[in-house]
Design a protein around this ligand. Structure first.
Ligand code: HEC
Ligand code: HEC
Length: 391
């Protein structure tokens, strides 16, 4: 019995490796603790480069291997794709022709386009095209040129226009309504339910940093990190795995499953991504101090934005009207409610609220003042904004 339970727990931890249950793994004395949990997938590699087999969607159905062949690097940068400077051989940018689609293919063959994995044949034909989590959840620091620099994993791809990119697929040639919807989303926005319910109501691509110890993920608190990661990988990216959600009428099976065994690695990587601190001198310290007192006191923000992550406990969610939010997005989800957004690096990722209706933190504070009938003076609003800039 003891042997059996040990076998099972090792299997759970090393879900990817069936051989964990072999005799050699069970040969240690019964009182010795089992080896620490490991995963055979590298966390960073998985986040940056794994496609989970989503070429089945992006190549076979959307035919992006053909689309990219006619896209110049200038166009690619204009739709918000980013180039990983560390993947480029020394000096290549000086000679590269950014108006030539062949350069796009060369960049793909160097694995230098953030969030895209392609296979390029010797004759320059792109034979396979897939996307990774980094497409929407990494940026670059622009240190070489706009759109070209060092990767910043976890930063939302706020220049990326996923709808516009998707609309380039010939799959939509005979679907003008869908194509027009995709083209209406705009940069930094994506709708992770559109392909399921047909409603076009995009949300701001969220940061993937600062999520350690945040109990519920997504604007509507759909579940813990791994639940959502599986949801996105399988139902959105087209990754090959098993995802079953009766509440949303989803039942997807795949054999082999290229997602489930990677979820621990993905979780580990996301939990390691810390929120970037506000730039030096980007806010007024004394005003932020006063703002903190308002946040915890008169304005009662900390009634919902609780604790070090400024979010609510796993069991609390909110009706849209409690914060004057647009209810539509929530109605499309399982919870029908909004999670108190964890406030992290607010300076880094405008616009605010799930649908990006507030361009600045001033607008957010002005909105709360009216919606919650707080009665803040102008100086108090300004102090509260300085505090939010410090988070
Ligand atoms: C096409 C763009 C896109 C891709 C690709 C993508 N995401 Fe997201 N991600 C989003 C959007 C949009 C949201 C906000 C959805 C929401 O909160 O309802 C989001 C939200 C999240 C969140 C929740 C953040 C929070 O504040 O709770 C996590 C975690 C996450 N994504 C992880 C991943 C992982 C891991 C992958 C790869 C398996 C991935 N995403 C791929 C667009 C994307
Ligand atoms: C009743 C609970 C509640 C209270 C009180 C509350 N919030 Fe929120 N907060 C939320 C919810 C829920 C959201 C998500 C709304 C959405 O995305 O549509 C949110 C979102 C935000 C955002 C946007 C974060 C982002 O990344 O988009 C900011 C900033 C914010 N709140 C600041 C405040 C401030 C400042 C106060 C006090 C004046 C406050 N909140 C009071 C629940 C609350």
């Amino acid at each position: 019995m003891k042997q059996l339970s040990k076998c099972v727990s090792v299997l759970l931890i090393v879900a990817s490796s069936i051989s964990a249950c072999s005799d050699s793994n069970l040969s240690f004395p019964i009182d010795t603790p089992p080896p620490p949990p490991t995963t055979s997938f590298d966390p960073q590699e998985t986040f940056r480069y794994d496609t989970y087999g989503d070429e089945a969607l992006w190549t076979d159905i959307l035919r992006f291997h053909e689309v990219v062949a006619s896209i110049t690097p200038e166009t690619a940068l204009a739709v918000g794709l980013k180039v990983d400077a560390e993947a480029l051989p020394e000096g290549i940018l000086e000679t590269a022709d950014l108006a030539d689609p062949a350069t796009t293919v060369a960049l793909l063959s160097l694995d230098a386009v953030v969030g895209i994995k392609a296979e390029v044949a010797a004759d320059g034909t792109v034979t396979k095209f897939g996307i990774t989590c980094a497409l929407c959840h990494s940026d670059v620091d622009d240190s070489i040129a706009p759109g070209i620099g060092i990767r910043q994993d976890g930063w939302p791809a706020s220049d990326l226009d996923p709808g516009l990119i998707l609309s380039l697929s010939p799959f939509f040639d005979d679907k003008p309504t869908q194509r027009a919807q995709l083209q209406s989303w705009g940069p930094g926005m994506y709708d992770p339910y559109w392909n399921l319910d047909g409603i076009s109501d995009p949300v701001v691509i969220a940061p993937a940093y600062g999520l350690k110890d945040v109990p519920l993920e997504t604007y509507t608190g759909e579940g813990p990190v791994s639940y959502w990661n599986a949801y996105v990988a399988i139902t959105q990216m087209g990754g090959q795995g098993e995802f079953i959600e009766p509440a949303l009428n989803i039942e997807i099976h795949a054999d082999p499953d290229l997602v489930t065994a990677k979820l621990p690695a993905l979780l580990e990587y996301q939990e390691s991504l810390e929120s970037p601190p506000p730039p030096q001198g980007s806010y007024d310290l004394a005003a932020a101090e006063r703002g903190k007192n308002l946040f915890d006191g008169k304005a009662q923000c900390s009634g919902c934005h609780v604790g070090p992550n400024f979010t609510d406990a796993a069991t609390t969610l909110h009706e849209a009207h409690e914060v004057g939010a647009d209810p539509l997005y929530a109605t499309r989800t399982m919870t029908k409610m909004y999670r108190t957004t964890p406030l992290r690096s607010l300076w880094q990722h405008p616009p605010y609220y799930h649908n990006g209706e507030f361009a600045t933190l001033d607008e957010v504070v002005g909105h709360y003042d009216l919606a919650l009938n707080i009665g803040l003076f102008d100086e108090e609003k300004a102090d509260l904004v300085e505090y939010l800039k410090s988070l």
